[in-house]
Structures are given as C-alpha cells and as structure tokens.
Design a protein around this ligand. Sequence first.
Ligand code: ADP
Ligand code: MG
Length: 642
Amino acid sequence: MSPESTPPSDPIVGIDLGTTNSLVAYVTDKGPTILLSESGEAGLPSVVRYSESGRAEAVGESARQEAVEHPLHTVSSVKRLMGRSRKDAQGELDFLSYEVVEGERDAARIALPGGALKSPEEVSAEILRTLKQRAEATLDTEVRRAVITVPAYFDDAQRQATRHAARLAGLDVVRIVNEPTAAALAYGIGRTTNNAEPETIAVFDLGGGTLDVSILRVIPSAQEAGDGGGVGGVGGADMFRVLSTAGDTRLGGDDVDRMLVELFTREAEQQFGSGLDFTPRTRQAMRLLAEQTKIKLSKEKSASVRIEIEGAPDGGVYERTITRDEFEQSIGAEGGWVMRAIACCERALRDAKLTPQQIERVVMVGGSTRIPLVQRRVGELFASEPYTALDPDRVVALGAAAQASILDGREQGALLLDVVPLSLGIETVGGAVAKLIMRNASVPARATEMFSTSVDAQTSIMLNVVQGEREMVEDCRSLGTFHLSGMPPMPAGIPQIEVLFMVDVNGVLDVSAVEKRSGKRANMQVVPHHGLSAEDVDRIERESFTHALEDMTRHRVVDLVANSRLDLKWITELVDRVGASIDPAQLEAVNAGITALRSLVERGDADWRSVDAEAFHQAKQSLDEASVPLHEASIARSLRDE
Ligand code: ADP
Ligand code: MG
C-alpha cells in the first residue's frame, strides 16, 4: 500500500501486543502518547475470557481479575502460541491454565470446555479489537491501520500470525517492528540529524513471563547512502541490525509473583495448620496481592500483606510485612531469578562477540525492569546507567507510534533534538535556578557545577532538576527531583557536591550528584523535551524576555541572602573566637558590618523587592573586607597553637 493513497484522517496507530499487557499509542502534537481506556488505564491485560458457548465475554482487566476462578475459560499469554504448532509450544504448556490441542496442519488450538476451538490469532484479535476501539474513541475517527511490534526472535510464521490476527480485528498492518527497535526509537536512538557514528546498544526487556535481550547495531540515517536513506528510511529495518538475541521464555515478573504466593501459602499453612485447602478465591487474592506487593517494593522499603484465608480457623487472617531487603535477598540469590536474567545478557553478548564495554547504551523495557535490583545488576554488568526515563512498560508502544508517524509522513515539524530546546538547571537555596546547560546548546552537552549545603549537619539534600528560561524555580518546569542522602554530617558549606548534567544526542538528560568527601552519589534520568511542543518552547522563551530584568534581580537577591547567611555565620564565629585579639576599631567596623548585612538579609528574605541588590552586594563586600583582620588573627592563633 502506498502512503499517498491515504488521507491524513486515516491515522496509523502503534500497538505493543504483549504477552502480559498490550498498549496502543499515537503521535499527537505533544509527541508519542499512550491512548488510555475510558477508565484511564494505559495497559490492557492480554487476557480474554470466553463463555460456555465460545463467545469472548471479557477482555483485559476484568478477565485477569477473575482468571483463577475460570481457569479453563480464560486465555492468557496467548502470544506464546502465535504461529506455532502444539509441538513447538510444548515447553510453554505448563504455563497455561487452559487446554491446548493440535489443530489443522499441527497448529496449536485452544480447546474451550464447551467444545469450541480457538486459534491463537482469534484470541489476539480480541485484544487488538479492544485496542482499536480504544483508539477510535480517543482519536474520534475510524482506525484501520497499525504498526505492530513483535519480539526480535519471532520467525516468519509468528510474524504472519500477528498480521493475520490484526486482519481479523479489522486492522491493516503497515509494518511489523521488532520490540527492541521500537524501544530504541522511542528514545530517539537512530533518529539524530547529526553525523552520528553507528553505535551498539543492548535492549533488556523483562516482562511478565519472558525475558528478551537484544543487541542492536544502529546505523544513523545520515550514513545510509542511497536507498533506504533520508526520512523515508528512518526507522527502517536496515538501520537497526539485530546482532544477537538471547532470551528465556520462562523468566519474568510472574515468577516473582509465584515466589511470593509460595511464601504466603507456606506461612499461612504454618499458622493455620497444613492440610488447609485454599479456595480459588483465596488463591486469586494471594496472586493479585503478590503482584501488588512486588510492585510496592519497587518504590517502598517495605510492604504489608493481609489476606483473609477462607475456611481457616480463628477468623483466618494472615498478615506480615516484607521488606525490600528480604525481597532482594530472595530474588537476588546466587543462581536465582536476577542472576538468570544477567546470564542471558552474557549469552547475548557472547553471541554478538562483544564485551559489555562495547555496548554504548542499555535500554530498559518491560514492567519488571522497575525492580531496583534488576536496574542495579544490569547497570553493573554493562558498567553504564541503563535508560529508564521512559516508562519501561510503555516504551515499546511509544516507539511503535513514532514509527507509525514516520510512515505516515507526519514527522515534519517535529522538534529536532540536536539542540537543547530549553535551559536545564538545578534549584538552589531560596528557589533560584542555577542553569547548567543553556538553551540551544548543541547535543551531546555536558556541564558540572559545585554546590554545598546551607545548613549545618545536613545529611541529605534534595535536587530539583528544572527546565526553563526564568530565574526562579516557580517560573520554570520541574523535571523531577531526587535525593542525595547518606552524607556524613558536616558544617554548612563544607560538603562538596558536584552536580553533573549530561544530555546525550537523543535529548536524554542524565543528572548525577556526588559528595566528594564521602563519595555518596545519586542520579536520575529524564527526557527533557517530552510533552513540550514547539509552541510551548516559543512561549517560554517569550516570557523569559519579558521578565528578564526582574528575574535577574530576584535571582541576585536570593543568592545574596543565601551567601550572606553563610558569611554571617563564619564571621560571628570568628568574632567569638578571636575578636578580643584585634584592634578595637577594626572589631567595631566588623560588628557594624554584621548588623548592616543581617538587616539586609532579613529584609531581602521577606521580600526581594524591598532591598537594592547593588547596595546589598556592597554591604556583603565591605563586611568581607572588614573581616580580614579576624582571619589573620585566626590563622596566627592556629599557628601558635600547633
Ligand atoms: P509483557 O511485555 O510481557 O506484556 P509488561 O512489560 O507489561 O509485560 O510487564 C508486565 C510485568 O511487569 C508484570 O509481571 C508486572 O507485575 C510487572 N510490573 C509492572 N510494574 C512493576 C513494578 N513497578 N515493579 C515490579 N514489577 C512490575
Ligand atoms: Mg513487552
């Protein structure tokens, strides 16, 4: 089909048809966006429940919630069967609750209790139909075309089955894209306009039931000579060469849920006596709770669990708290779950004949990569901070949408990423912004600055990363915050905190902070351009001109307040210690300077407009000068004391 024949009102959406969850996305003027369900859900659980007569009666969350109660009628993980014979899929069968039989030409078929047979394509079509309807409701137009992603290792039959499923759902597949390629595209990898060099990346995709590690060679479009080059070739299969894939079809988040269920069951049996027969409802509750607990532990240091055990004596409530440490010990054990995932990465590297150091970036995909231990271990292996700025469970769909919009010829006018569109900085004392990377700096860009604390014995600081042209945080946009904690207590101004900003060629910003004396570090990643249209950028820039003078004055006063406070603290300490040993007239001058500066600090702090910045600056200077004899006396004293 040719793009010319299609009117612009005929959108192409991007679909991630996942084993566990599926999503649909579209590029709006805000960039790639996930299209939500009516109730605001992003992911659609890839689960379909059939009625006795073989009619699909629930798709998605409700089918998932009740899966344990209807094991034979509920079809989940059908992706494992796509385009495969029953024999091929033999190894997968113990993972499935429903019955799989051999159909025509050996193809796998799902046998429902009422006697109906369903092909994996038909089940996938139910999921795709739901996504199509979701897209139509959001975009308010008929949706007939889609880019659909598949694992890099899918063979031709599996790809054909995917196309077939789409056709059953009334969707024409404009292109099948490999999931790791889509993830890379979502980050803009391979879409730079600079004369970027080819590079090698790893995509680590840990989902609900499967792990896929792919090593890709990315050849930027500028280097693509002749056919396949130019805008039309961007994102084409020729740009992303799969060097190797390694996977484990039996490794995913579900295993962790199962481990937790086993733990709950074991402990509940200890509590209530074994021989207890858990009802399907209780088992269902345990399964859902296990997943919730796991998800909670990705964010919190501990999670509490409470399950009512039906049929158990004494009201039958099982309760316990599980800490992240305990959780990490069980999934991170030698030879355990996380180690198996790392072994897979090593296999992928070996097959590509590469060392971890030859991988330039690592992209994290799949909901299970939210587990902090997974991020740490993958980061350690590749000795580089993995890309996590985009939601790992959405990144494939976002990339599919990006590819769709390229194929749709809608990419013109998109924000180019070869410059930083808005300045990037960090919040300092008093709500001022210290800009590290200026607007229009070309990427990659890198800047560092030293900061310190403003309060004694501060062991943790919050870093607020902001974007915008104005001088005060409240007039800029916060991109996110993170904490640098665990610093040893030191007097204000002593810690040396080096903040490093790095924007790579794709506009991904990596901010790290390290306290030099203790070596404590912390970092975060953001995609700064996300959600900003070209108009937003223009408006922000215009506003910064209008407010430039006012903003600068305010910034200056705020800085003066903060710095003068530190000065006042040092100098009053010096007065207490060595004031008596200097000339009384000089001491008099110091005390007068302290009084003057202190009053400016108080007024400036209350209202920055009430003070004259220049006079403030002068007052600070003259106190600094007046205090020179104190410093000399202090040095003389310490020499004498030695
Ligand atoms: P798939 O690609 O297999 O369809 P997803 O990428 O959607 O799967 O990942 C689903 C898995 O991610 C599930 O096992 C889910 O429990 C897990 N998951 C989602 N969010 C988190 C989280 N915050 N922490 C840990 N695991 C998570
Ligand atoms: Mg996936």
